[in-house]
Design a protein around this ligand. Structure first.
Ligand code: SF4
Ligand code: SF4
Ligand code: SF4
Length: 344
């Protein structure tokens, strides 16, 4: 991260983020922005393409629900707008998927301005619906969620399986990154850019001349580190619990997926497979190198698990294999040169 500015929120972190996005829209001269919105009451939370900055009051990045990995929408978007600058506002797992898609198939991301934000976790759809109804609206539920940013989120045991295992919920990979984890967000949030060029172009210092001091940065780092430790050990507990009945390595996964027959719902739901779908032989066995390529880039978003008709804990299995690949073979293309916390 280049610089980290403390942005005063004056009691309204969501409003501050909306204003920030408007400012980025104008300074980056965006034609359109792919962004999470509140959606309609019967269809809460959508990823929508906004073509006018007048619609920015609909955006809600912290709404605690995720129904699709919006990185899936980027290839089509780039085709539809080949000569325009497009913005995307993505959760960290969407950013990871986007970056992996870019690296795997040479997807050109030059026309994108990427914005990401610390993720406070998401609920399964049914859990989200009843909580939003009880609070009166998804916006009210979002406000409740933001109140717990300082502790690292709310109701972790109620989260989607993927979020309970997500060791990297912090924004770090985008052109512009918005930090809320570990912070008193009614007072301030953090804003940083990937490098000086973006910082100069977007003039982000106009929001605040105040750089975050080491106490503030450490506060965020410590909360993120605690989340990562807890979630990584949860994943290993899940893996130990299922090891007798479900695959936990690539070879047994290939056998398992072959036993699933024609079902490939987990691969169909995965943004990475849109770019490069693993090949299989006449016995439904996937090629080992294809599985390595696929899961070596796994972003941990959990869309595969949401799609599985057998309700297998696929995020735990796939992220465990991802970790084995990246630990053992340095296979990942996602490792950042700046390290896992990416704050300087
Ligand atoms: S997997 Fe991580 S980044 Fe994605 S929604 Fe869950 S907590 Fe957020
Ligand atoms: S394998 Fe599953 S968790 Fe990994 S990127 Fe694909 S959909 Fe997301
Ligand atoms: S979605 Fe579930 S049942 Fe279908 S192939 Fe994947 S693991 Fe098997």
């Amino acid at each position: 991260m280049y610089n980290a500015f403390m942005i005063n929120t004056r009691g309204d972190p969501l409003g501050t983020v909306r204003n920030l996005i408007l400012s980025i829209w104008q300074d980056a001269d965006l034609h359109a922005l792919l962004v999470p919105t509140n959606g309609e009451p019967d269809s809460p939370y959508r990823t929508s393409l906004l073509e006018s900055s007048d619609q920015l009051n609909q955006i809600n990045p912290f709404n605690p629900i995720m129904r699709t990995n919006a990185a899936r929408m980027v290839p089509g978007l780039l085709q539809s707008y080949p000569n325009s600058r497009i913005g995307v506002l993505f959760r960290p797992c969407e950013m990871r998927a986007l970056r992996a898609m870019g690296k795997r198939d040479g997807l050109k991301l030059d026309n994108l301005t990427t914005i990401s934000f610390d993720c406070l976790g998401t609920y399964p759809t049914n859990e989200f619906k009843w909580r939003a109804e009880r609070k009166g609206s998804s916006e009210a539920l979002t406000q409740e969620t933001l109140q717990f940013a300082r502790q690292g989120g709310i109701m972790a045991y109620r989260y989607r399986g993927a979020c309970q295992l997500c060791g990297e919920p912090h924004a770090s990979e985008a052109d512009v990154n918005i930090g809320v984890l570990g912070l008193p967000v009614r007072q301030f949030i953090l804003l940083s850019t990937r490098d000086k060029t973006i910082n100069d172009k977007l003039h982000l210092e106009k929001w605040s001349p105040k750089h975050a001091d080491s106490n503030v940065l450490n506060q965020r780092v410590q909360v993120i580190a605690r989340l990562a430790e807890r979630r990584n050990s949860t994943r290993e507990r899940v893996i130990q619990g299922i090891a007798d009945v479900l695959p936990t390595d690539i070879e047994s996964l290939i056998v398992h997926l072959a036993d699933c027959g024609k079902c490939q719902a987990c691969l169909d739901a995965c943004p990475l497979c849109m770019i490069d779908f693993p090949q299989r032989d006449e016995y439904f066995r996937y090629q080992i190198n294809d599985i390595k390529e696929w899961l070596g880039s796994c972003s941990g978003c959990g869309m595969c698990e949401q799609a599985c008709p057998q309700h297998h804990p696929l995020t735990a299995i796939f992220s465990h294999i991802h970790k084995e690949l990246t630990d053992d073979f340095k296979y990942s293309i996602l490792n950042s040169p700046a390290g896992p916390l990416l704050i300087q």
